[in-house]
Ligand binder design. Structure first.
Ligand code: LMR
Length: 328
């Protein structure tokens, strides 16, 4: 058995966490040789609910689950944590863009960044899920000066998974045939799901789906607006698919990337090979060494069309950063 991994999950009483916690505790993320300690955080008015979640976790009798700590304090939430899954945030409602949540959620990421800086383990890896996740990540990171910036990331894996599923559906192939799927930029309606560098069954997706009008039109719009479509249909934002994407994000970092595939995560843009300005949290294609570290995949060709898309999402992120300058 390896030594236990301590995983901190915020927004513990919410729907995303309810889909997430049991799967983390079951061992499906860190492996059957790694015991798990859970720290579950919720704001004071909902923390009582967590006693029920804790009872259910105990009642699963997961062989790998060790300690379960329930708390409403940022100081306790990240103590000794190796992973912080920052799910807790007010969700958007119908008709809102994710950035409309900036003022509402931004300040809590400042406090979380400060607490992570003081109390987390040195190898802490952070995944920001609460929206707008790229800029919330930027806020958190800027209040954690002792945590290396490349240990912070925000979730665009949900967009990657959505894009893979749509390409598989359209081409009549399976999701596992779809590889090399990059989401560039912001987890928002300006993101660019890069069909030009994606592959289906090892072939360029643009050859397998030889329909540029669909790819530039319906495909891109579906991925950009999928979160809103789910809110409209369900009356609530995505939960199980968001949790699933968080687990995929973590799994991609704790397992070495195979073959010539890659995955998408939003990370600090400083020094990237694609000319995206530094000081943003931007989604790139990455590969991992399996130890929690990543490197950006270099040398992907970007058409003029793609460059235009990257520029749009960059401008949006610069705007979001300006809007929270008082929190940085
Ligand atoms: C999603 O993409 O489903 C989540 O980020 C929730 C949202 O507001 O869209």
């Amino acid at each position: 058995m390896k030594s236990p991994v301590t995983v901190s999950v915020t927004g513990g009483a919410g729907q995303v966490a309810y889909s997430l916690l049991f799967r983390v505790a079951s061992g499906e993320v860190f492996g059957s040789d790694t015991p798990v300690n859970l720290i579950i955080k919720e704001v004071p008015e909902f923390v009582g609910t967590l006693e029920g979640v804790k009872m259910e976790l105990e009642d699963c009798a997961f062989p790998l689950l060790r300690e379960i700590t329930v708390t409403d304090s940022d100081t306790e939430a990240f103590r000794g944590a190796n992973w912080a899954l920052l799910v807790g945030a007010a969700p958007r409602g119908p008709g809102m863009e994710r950035k409309d949540l900036l003022q509402l959620n931004g300040a809590s990421f400042k406090a979380q960044g400060e607490a992570i800086n003081k109390t987390a383990a040195g190898d802490i890896r952070i995944v920001v899920v609460g929206n707008p996740c790229n800029t919330n990540c930027l806020i958190g990171m800027s209040h954690a000066p002792d945590v290396p910036r490349n240990q912070w990331g925000a979730l665009t894996r949900l967009d990657q998974n959505r894009a893979m599923a749509q390409l598989a559906l359209r081409s009549g192939k399976t999701v596992s045939d779809v590889t090399n799927m990059t989401i560039w930029g912001n987890h928002s309606s300006t993101q660019y799901p890069d069909f030009e560098n994606a592959r289906i069954g090892g072939r360029p997706a643009t050859e397998v789906i030889n329909d540029r009008e669909y790819l530039e039109g319906e495909f891109v719009k579906t991925i950009q607006n999928r979160g809103a479509a789910i809110i409209k249909a369900r009356g609530k934002s995505s939960a199980a698919s968001a949790a699933n994407a968080v687990l995929d994000h973590v799994r991609s970092l704790v397992n070495e990337t195979e073959g010539d595939d890659w995955f998408s995560i939003a990370i600090p843009s400083d020094g990237n090979p694609y000319g995206v300005p530094g000081g943003l949290v931007f989604s790139f294609p990455c590969r991992s060494d399996g130890k929690g570290n990543y490197e950006i995949v270099e040398g992907l060709e970007l058409s003029e069309y793609a460059k235009g898309k990257l520029d749009l999402t960059t401008q949006e992120l610069i705007g979001e950063r300006n809007d929270v300058s008082d929190l940085l």
